[in-house]
Design a protein around this ligand. Structure first.
Ligand code: XMP
Length: 512
């Protein structure tokens, strides 16, 4: 049995990020919805973290917890709404703040406390709140304040109860990791007895349990990192009862189909089927220009193919997918709330309501870099684990507008050139993604004394650690020059090459 931290979810968009931070300290954590938290107490519990959330603690019907959670006699750290709930419940008062605080905020830490040990007196934290704690419960003291928030951090160190108005889990809080480490290691006294290898074993065991003795999985294999790792997990869990289906959508990168086939032959014993479906996908996409509509069409086509394939096997009632956490939060409104759908990631947002297969998504709560580490633990080769991400809908989301055969072919060739130039110069090292985009914008040019009026192609290179945020990367002038002249000289229909210098946010990594 591992030491366990319970993360109580009040509906914050950062809850899984808290879980991830706890994992980084090699401590096992369990995320539970607030109304079920009291069912997850136990001897292995070392501490509780209460997440933030969109509600106001003083409102009628605000998310609540069974009081036994407060009586669990383990340290508790409340974050944002979690802190406000704790203060309000224990006799303090929460009120709407006169000033809302969002983003980077300077904070003063005049008090010495176990939670702030080693943290500078002047530090910068990430705030995102409208309400604030006005009066503290008995026994609590102020530990830190900002200009607009007197109770930025509070606590009762004698009872190991702490509350933070800011978010220590986001990278923007300069010393957030130190605070979490203090809470986990010093206050909860966790030693860190949980490693990525344990995670691999847990995921394998869960798939085994979900599928049972006779169930079979149809696994949508894209050749990318995520679905490959799901393949390794399913293989370890149920062996030949997992049937991998690789769909040639006609939207793949140059050489992709052959690379996937040969890497799989070398490293897996999975039953692999390659389905030729370029005509189906391109046929359905003809004339479609709305990005969400394109994504939905592709998602549905994939599912139809997986369903058809499933009929070949007696017990294939399960659909395996490489869905990751960022795909989930950007595709579905969080917790039924007002969160915007940014994009319908193809394996989440494109699923029909009447899907008669149960989903097997072992990576659903993980972030990309964690998944890569998992792949290494599972013994997958570095060339597979370190591959740049390639979205399920393929080149369609990089081909702004209509995905005609000609335009996809043009983009595929431009993409090959971008990859070749960065890779042969070693400039791809450490770059998260590098690819070409067909922008749909036409402009006037001159070639061989002749006027041209053709498309612009964009070069997109970004750095990121999990795909949630990203910064643009500047390849060398020589590299850009080579890409530009090879594309314009070699590809009919493109007469201009531009560099995309937009970070995420405000942009997204893919153009559609
Ligand atoms: P965005 O464009 O949302 O992309 O900033 C973030 C990361 O996710 C990848 N991506 C997808 N991956 N299915 C996937 O499997 C999808 O539908 C999808 N859309 C975007 C994208 O390449 C980037 O790494």
């Amino acid at each position: 049995m591992h030491e366990r931290i319970l993360i109580v979810d009040f509906g914050s968009q950062y809850t899984q990020l808290i879980a991830r931070r706890v994992r980084e300290h090699e401590i096992f954590s369990e995320v539970v919805p607030a109304h079920k938290a009291h069912l997850s107490l136990g001897d292995d519990l070392r501490g509780i973290i209460l997440s933030g959330g969109p509600a106001s603690a003083y409102e009628k019907g605000a998310p609540d917890l069974d009081r036994t959670v407060l009586e669990a006699e383990v340290p508790i750290l409340g974050i944002c709404y979690g802190m406000q709930w704790m203060c309000e419940t224990m006799g303090g008062k929460v009120v709407p703040g006169e000033q809302r605080e969002f983003g980077f905020t300077e904070m003063k830490v005049p008090e010495v406390s176990p939670l702030f040990e080693g943290v500078a007196e002047d530090t910068v934290v990430w705030m995102s709140h409208g309400d604030r704690v006005e009066s503290l419960p008995e026994g609590f003291v102020r530990l830190a304040h900002t200009a607009d928030c007197p109770e930025a951090a509070v606590g009762d160190p004698s009872r190991n109860l702490y509350g933070l108005q800011f978010h220590p889990e986001v990278a923007h809080t300069h010393e957030g990791d130190r605070l979490l480490e203090n809470f986990l290691r010093k206050i909860c006294q966790c030693r860190g007895d949980w490693a990525p290898a344990d995670l691999a074993q847990e995921l394998i065991a869960r798939v085994k349990e979900q599928v049972g003795e006779t169930g079979e999985i149809v696994l949508g294999l894209s050749g990318g990192v995520d679905s490959s790792i799901v393949g390794a997990i399913c293989q370890a869990a149920i062996g030949s009862r997992c049937h991998a289906i690789f769909v040639d959508t006609g939207l793949l990168r140059a050489g992709e189909r052959d690379i996937v086939k040969s890497t799989f032959k070398d490293h897996f014993e999975l039953d692999l089927t390659v389905v030729d479906a370029a005509d189906r996908f391109l046929g359905k996409l003809a004339g479609q220009t709305d990005p969400e509509r394109k994504r939905k069409i592709i998602g549905h086509e994939f599912v139809d193919i997986f369903r058809e394939q499933a009929t070949r096997f007696e017990n294939a009632h399960f659909l395996g997918q490489g869905t990751l956490y960022p795909d989930v939060i950007e595709s579905v409104p969080a917790h039924g709330g007002a969160t915007e759908v940014i994009k319908s990631h193809h394996n989440v947002g494109g699923l029909p309501d009447d899907l008669d297969m149960e989903l097997v998504e072992p990576l659903r709560l993980l972030f990309k870099d964690e998944v890569r580490d998992l792949g290494r633990v599972l013994g997958l080769p570095e060339e597979m684990v370190a591959r740049q991400p390639f979205p399920g809908p393929g080149l369609a989301v990089r081909c702004v507008g209509d995905c005609t055969v000609d335009r996809i072919e043009r983009l595929r060739e431009a993409d090959r050139i971008v990859r070749e130039e960065l890779e042969t110069r070693g400039e791809h090292d450490g770059v998260w993604q590098y690819f070409a985009v067909l922008t749909g914008a036409r402009s006037v040019g001159v070639m061989g004394d002749k006027r041209t009026y053709e498309e612009a192609c964009a070069i997109r290179c970004v750095q990121s650690s999990d795909g949630m945020t990203a910064d643009w990367v500047y390849p060398s002038r020589e590299c850009l020059q080579a890409i530009s002249s090879r594309i314009i000289n070699g590809i009919r229909g493109i007469n201009r090459v531009v560099l995309d210098i937009t970070s995420k946010p405000p942009g997204t990594i893919e153009w559609e």
